[in-house]
Design a protein around this ligand. Structure first.
Ligand code: HXC
Ligand code: NAP
Length: 291
């Protein structure tokens, strides 16, 4: 695995970036790397205590400036307050990383209407709320900016047992491609990342509770035979939120070691065939020539 930091040290110098869900997991990892690259950082989620602790850790590790703002992305007033607090502290904002999410596994027929809405509200409407508030500000201020959304590979394939999340992430994917076109004229780029499995407590507790983590080991689904490393994701996120990707707009970049394609290709299951069997199979397929 190659997990060295990718961009040069000043790649995000002078930029202010807001990361929703930035107190834990992948948001924390990406935010920490943005700080190392010279950005000012705002992290936000519902739990202020968690955010404050993370902000202190991040500042100690990187020496950078981190502001923690409590905000439930479902609530427009709180999102407006996030924008105001960001501008008060840093004067401007250049990037929004829509990373906050809610998810859990369940047979769909067991879900209440409220359970379904809860996931749609956090993932799709939360992303919309933040994008709209920040986008309006950028358009009014005539300021170029970048929106980066975190989706999943099942945003394009769909997936059983996480149907609200699949619907919501599919919506975020459509939002990404739509705004890339509509807001391109304002200098606002909109892209997304579709990560494969990157173990985090938040995701694993809700997707692979108990011994499911052993029974359903994600690395077995990945051609590269491993899960992702946070720095691999952070490298991609930093590139996409930086000016180094200035001509990339409307892209959904998958970073999953080939996982979703392995599940998709009709004959991919032949991976299970032992090498020594291929001589016999070759003979059989060759002898089919005359049939
Ligand atoms: C069925 C459930 C449920 C479950 C909650 N509900 N958990 N239904 N099975 N396991 C129902 C509740 O009964 C309620 O409906 C409704 O959902 C809302 O639940 P609350 O607990 O009131 O919601 P809230 O406090 O807002 O919490 C949201 C949450 C929670 C999503 C349920 O898990 C959370 O806070 N998650 C945030 C972090 C997270 O999910 N991280 C993982 C992202 S991983 P009723 O009808 O009873 O009122 C990810 C990875 C993708 O996205 C791909 C990985 C490979
Ligand atoms: P995580 O640690 O649980 O992150 C989710 C974050 O969202 C938490 O910090 C949570 O903080 C925040 N959040 C939840 N509801 C919120 C709300 N209403 N308002 C504001 N913030 C809210 O899980 P993760 O694995 O790092 O996931 C990060 C992102 O990566 C998500 O978009 C997820 O879908 C995506 N993803 C992850 C994987 C993976 O393998 N880990 C794979 C594909 C995609 P609070 O509880 O404090 O609000």
């Amino acid at each position: 695995m190659f997990n060295q930091p990718m961009l040069r040290d000043d790649a995000l110098k002078g930029k202010t970036i807001v990361v929703t869900g930035g107190g834990t997991g992948l948001g924390k990892a990406m935010g920490t790397y943005f700080l190392k690259l010279g950005a000012n950082l705002v992290i936000t989620s519902r739990k202020l205590e968690v955010l404050q602790k993370t902000a202190d850790e991040m500042a100690a590790e990187t020496g950078g400036k981190v502001l923690a703002v409590q905000c439930d992305v479902r609530d427009n007033e709180q999102v407006e307050n996030l924008l105001i607090k960001t501008l008060e502290k840093f004067g401007k904002v250049d990037g929004l990383l829509n990373n906050a999410a809610g998810n859990f596994i369940s047979p769909t027929e067991r879900l209440s209407a409220n359970a379904f809405s809860t996931i749609i509200d956090i993932v799709l409407k939360g992303t919309v709320n933040c994008t709209l508030a920040f986008g309006k500000h950028w358009i009014k201020a005539k300021q170029p900016a970048t929106v980066l959304n975190i989706v999943t590979t099942y945003a394009f394939t769909g997936s059983a047992y996480v149907v609200p999340s699949a619907c919501a992430k599919g919506g975020v994917l459509a939002l990404t491609r739509s705004l890339a076109v509509e807001w391109g004229k304002y200098g606002i780029r909109t892209n997304a990342i579709a990560p494969g499995p990157f173990p985090t407590k938040g995701a694993w507790d809700r997707l692979l509770p108990g011994d499911l983590a052993e029974k359903f080991d994600f690395k077995n689904r990945v051609p590269l035979n491993r899960v992702g490393d946070n720095q691999e994701l952070a490298n991609l996120a930093a590139f996409l939120i930086s000016d180094f990707s200035s001509y990339i707009n409307g892209e959904i970049i998958t970073i999953d070691g080939g996982e979703w394609l392995q599940g998709a290709g009709q004959m991919n299951g032949l991976e299970a065939i032992p090498t020594e069997m291929w001589d016999m199979l070759e003979q059989m397929t060759r002898s089919a020539k005359g049939s």
